[in-house]
Design a protein around this ligand. Structure first.
Ligand code: ZN
Ligand code: ZN
Length: 331
């Protein structure tokens, strides 16, 4: 099996970095970028795609074009636990890759999910329903099937040096998202933290004690302050000006926050009602034009904004048994 011919299998970035396109068949994102780096002690692969035969074939083909096989990969580093970044890790460890690194917070999330044995979907659905969005069970996808739970051999910490890379803890898109700065080329591997032109998703998918949006905005500022020679994102094309893109994303989140507050001007609402007052996607679609799965993402994102505003005392949350409503704090 080979990768779709409209994807160039590899791109030489320079400085002994190669980008390998790994297919996401059936997903509008189309592919994820794995990055292969030569280091003094062997090859490092950043992110590996989800668990599927066509992904493994694309990775093997990309490695072969560089004169390597999977066995030459010394370590696999995962920017975050999402299945399109981590799913194939178990296969690669099984094939002899000795080292797997990710952040402890993301591994803790996966470990907890493994212990709940798949009850997460019902937890998420109940949470969305309390926030006003009825969820049809057939909306559930099979994304969680496209990976194996495999324990990291190392927990990567903020500021840690791993070969030529320096890890940066950038929570928000996931609880333990990592970016990696290449100390050789000055480039930054941004994972899903900073994408262009896609706006990374930040959502509150259960009744968390986290302020995901607050963490995301703080992490954006950290990355925006980097001296860097360019961004290498997990989806889409490499882009040169990371600080510019960070500024755009910060401006976008600030605008969304203002829109969420305005949506509460005429009284308390559920998160779904707030989402219904906003425009979605770059086209500016209405909420009711979104596919049911995208409605879930929209409500989770709205909740992340509401929770962030609640922590800043601009919004209050009222829990009734069947409904959670949010209201502006009027001064
Ligand atoms: Zn992701
Ligand atoms: Zn992704």
């Amino acid at each position: 099996m080979s990768i779709p011919s409209n994807l160039p299998p590899i791109t030489q970035i320079g400085d002994r970095i190669v980008q390998i396109r790994l297919p996401m068949t059936g997903n509008p994102m189309r592919y994820i970028n794995g990055y292969l780096l030569e280091d003094d002690d062997g090859l490092t692969l950043i992110d590996c795609g989800w668990k599927a035969d066509d992904v493994l074939a694309a990775l093997e083909e990309g490695l072969a074009l560089c004169g390597h096989t999977v066995r030459d990969v010394r370590r696999l580093l995962i920017t975050h636990f999402h299945f399109d970044h981590y799913g194939l890790a178990g296969t690669l460890i099984g094939a002899g890759v000795p080292e797997l690194g990710m952040h402890e917070r993301d591994w803790a999330f996966l470990r907890a999910r493994r212990e709940r044995r798949g009850d997460d979907d019902s937890i998420v659905n109940a949470w969305l329903e309390r926030n006003g969005l009825p969820v049809q069970p057939e909306d559930d996808d099979d994304s969680w099937d496209r990976f194996d739970y495999v324990e990291p051999t190392r927990m990567v910490e903020d500021g840690e040096h791993i070969g030529r890379l320096r890890a940066m803890f950038t929570p928000g898109h996931s609880p333990g998202h990592l970016c990696f700065v290449d100390t050789v080329s000055g480039r930054t591997f941004t994972g899903d933290h900073v994408l262009d032109p896609v706006t990374p998703h930040v959502g509150m998918w259960h009744d968390a004690s986290r302020d995901a949006m607050g963490e995301y905005v703080a992490s954006l500022r950290t990355v925006g302050a980097l001296e860097t020679t360019g961004a290498l994102p997990a989806h889409g094309e490499a882009f040169p000006d990371l600080a510019r893109r960070v500024d755009e994303l910060l401006a976008h989140e600030a605008t969304r926050e203002t829109d969420v507050l305005h949506a509460l001007d005429d009284g308390p609402k559920t998160a779904t009602e707030v989402a219904g007052a906003l425009r979605w996607r770059r086209r500016g679609d209405r909420f009711d034009q979104l596919h049911p799965e995208h409605q879930q993402f929209a409500v989770a994102e709205t909740l992340a904004h509401l929770e962030h505003l609640r922590r800043r005392n601009e919004v209050t949350r009222t829990d009734a048994p069947a409904r959670i409503t949010w209201a502006r704090v009027l001064v």
